[in-house]
Design a protein. Structure first.
Length: 623
């Protein structure tokens, strides 16, 4: 017997299987990897290699954020000869290495997919009076519900869709979502009464929620952090302009045609975008692409043991679903920052949909404009959005870089907040300006100025708070933004429902004055507290969340380790007493330089009955 280092034995195989980077050309069959080693020994070696890879992978990825690209474990390829990963760091199959034209095609595809949901949400607004007349509905709250019920689905569905995209892939979930949106938009056009309309609108909203929930993930899949700004800008156009552009178009349709034509035109747009996406959009989620690669290699090599690192270490479907649902809710109700800033963003979003629902009655009833001209009035907040994008975005970047420089080059999430002052000023001013000019029926440009100021404030609030929620703890970035999405969607659903009763009782002037005061309070108190005390609050909250995450991680690791140990014990019994047992938790020196001495440690080995043959394979040597 002799003391052998299995990592060194693997390293001596380069003439046959140098690394996973050459597997595509050299082959990954069991014979090429293990030679004539008995099957029982091969299986034992596989189980222990998986234990080592699982342990190392957890160390490598423990501090990675939720919104970072999944680690594909290329640094562990030399340990596990049956590990399928990318063919090197420059593999063109890796979405991060796609050519820029291919990246932009995917970005455009997800951007137009994301545009559909917000576009569909507000397209109904100018046609609501005609629909109410057709269905015999006189209750203004029920009329507003036809618009806002679409947004209610956005508070629920993203929590389910995001983990599904990690299980089945981004592409299939996006296509199914857009197809559901198409089907239920068609059903809305065929509705015979209010109850059918409300049910179909909810399910249409569920379909539109898919791209909203997954779109940012697709952008993160294909773009590196330092080149993502322009892609995020393109992606953000749809959710911003969709709710404003739709009523402008549907106002003219509802004016000259039956209300059903609003949905027929929407179906044409929906169908065209769906067809475009089917042709252009490719899968971008790395674990799914590697899983497909492993399946293809299993067929080509007839080696069913080929696997990706995600098949060893990944969360189960139920674990992903549980985390996706519970963690945002826990953050929302236990993290004061997420609650406070989320409330401000939710109020802003709620008033946006309140504005969308009440705009038709203002211009048609009070100003006696036609449906088509009333639709054009949505250009007011739309111009505010455009002005906000042109001014707030560069101002935010300048302020952030200046504060970082003043802080010795050390960035803090709080440096994202100074430009939020634009929203703190423009929102109450815009709400009150809009309300009283509409109340007194001043020249039509006056209410539009107020609406435009609100549009600028909305961009300020969304950009600053979204950036802060991502930066405040990258490990919980996806959960923080999901919490904000759920909160604001609930407000987008609820606030339009009390708009008519509020305006009927208080009038537009005092009603918007009340909303302006609320905006002033939450728009100054919460941001100021977060700016001056945010770091202390973050540390307190992160400590609690990290403890909870550690418990979840421990349970997951225990499950993986227990399964592998059971398989190992069974295999050791099959191998018999005459075979020396390789010590568990091996740490090969071949990867120490890649994953760090402190993470990996030193792998120790007992005597094992194998030696490297001349052809590079490992053969069993019985005592």
């Amino acid at each position: 017997m002799r003391r052998a280092n299995t990592a060194s034995a693997i390293a001596r195989r380069p003439s046959v299987t140098p690394s996973v980077n050459s597997f595509r050309s050299m082959g990954m069959s069991q014979k090429e990897i293990y030679g004539d080693t008995p099957a029982d020994l091969i299986q034992l070696e596989r189980i222990r290699t998986m234990e080592t890879v699982a342990s190392l992978y957890r160390s490598i990825t423990r501090d990675e954020g939720e919104m970072s690209a999944p680690n594909d474990a290329q640094e562990l390829a030399d340990i596990d000869p049956e590990l399928v990963t990318w063919d090197g760091p420059e593999d063109p199959e890796n979405p991060r290495n796609w050519v820029r034209s291919k990246k932009w095609r995917a970005t455009i595809a997800i951007s137009v997919y994301t545009f559909l949901g917000p576009f569909s949400s507000s397209i109904l607004s100018p046609a609501v009076p005609k629909i109410c007349k057709s269905f015999g509905v006189t209750d203004t709250t029920l009329a507003a519900l036809m618009v806002s019920v679409f947004v209610l689905a956005w508070a629920i569905v993203p929590l389910l869709v995001a983990p599904m995209s990690e299980i089945f892939g981004r592409r299939v979930v996006l296509h199914i979502s857009v197809f559901i949106l198409l089907v239920f938009n068609m059903a809305c056009g065929l509705s015979k009464d209010l109850s059918q309309m409300l049910v179909f609108r909810f399910f249409a909203g569920a379909g539109g929620a898919g791209p909203l929930a997954i779109g940012a993930g697709v952008v993160a899949d294909i773009w590196n952090d330092d080149e993502r700004t322009a892609a995020i800008g393109l992606f953000s156009i749809g959710p911003t302009l969709g709710p404003i552009l739709a009523p402008i178009i549907s106002g003219w349709i509802a004016m000259y045609l039956q209300w059903q034509w609003v949905f027929w035109i929407l179906i044409i747009v929906n169908g065209a975008v769906f067809a475009f996406g089917l042709v252009i959009l490719e899968e971008t989620y790395a674990p799914i692409l590697l899983q497909w690669k492993a399946q293809k290699l299993r067929k080509e090599t007839e080696n069913t043991a080929l696997h990706t690192v995600f098949e060893i270490t990944n969360f189960t479907a139920m674990e992903k679903l549980q985390i996706a649902i519970t963690r945002p809710i826990i953050l929302l109700f236990t993290n004061p920052i997420v609650l406070g800033l989320g409330l401000y963003m939710a109020f802003t979003y709620g008033f946006l949909y309140l504005l969308l629902v009440t705009f038709p009655s203002l211009w048609e009833v009070d100003y006696h404009f036609s449906l088509g001209i009333s639709g054009l009035m949505y250009l007011g907040p739309g111009m505010g959005f455009g002005l906000g994008i042109l001014t707030v975005t560069p101002a935010s970047q300048r302020a952030y870089h200046k504060l970082v420089a003043q802080n010795g080059g050390v960035a803090k999430p709080e440096f994202r907040l100074p430009v939020l002052a634009i929203g703190a000023v423009c929102m109450p001013v815009g709400l009150i300006w809009y309300g009283w000019s509409a109340e007194k029926q001043l020249f039509w440009i006056m209410p539009l100025i107020g609406a435009a100021l609100f549009g600028v404030a909305l961009i300020s609030v969304f950009q600053c708070i979204q950036s802060y929620l991502i930066d405040m703890n990258p490990s919980y970035a996806a959960s923080s933004t999901a919490a904000g999405t759920t909160f604001r969607s609930l407000f987008g659903f609820a606030m339009p429902l009390f708009a008519s009763p509020m305006y009927n009782k208080l009038g537009r002037g005092w009603g918007n004055t009340m909303l302006g005061i609320v905006a002033l309070v939450i728009g100054t108190v919460f941001p100021l507290v977060v700016y001056f005390r945010g770091e202390r609050i973050r540390k307190w909250s992160d400590k609690r969340m990290d403890a909870r995450k550690a418990r979840e991680q421990a349970k997951r690791e225990e499950r993986i380790t227990r399964r592998l140990e059971v398989e190992e014990r069974v295999q050791v019994q099959k191998v018999g007493k005459d075979v020396a047992v390789v010590e568990k938790r091996r740490r090969p020196s071949a990867v120490q330089s890649q994953v760090g001495e402190d993470q990996v440690g030193q792998r120790q080995f007992d005597e094992i009955p194998e030696e490297a043959s001349d052809d590079g394979s490992i053969k069993s040597r019985m005592s």
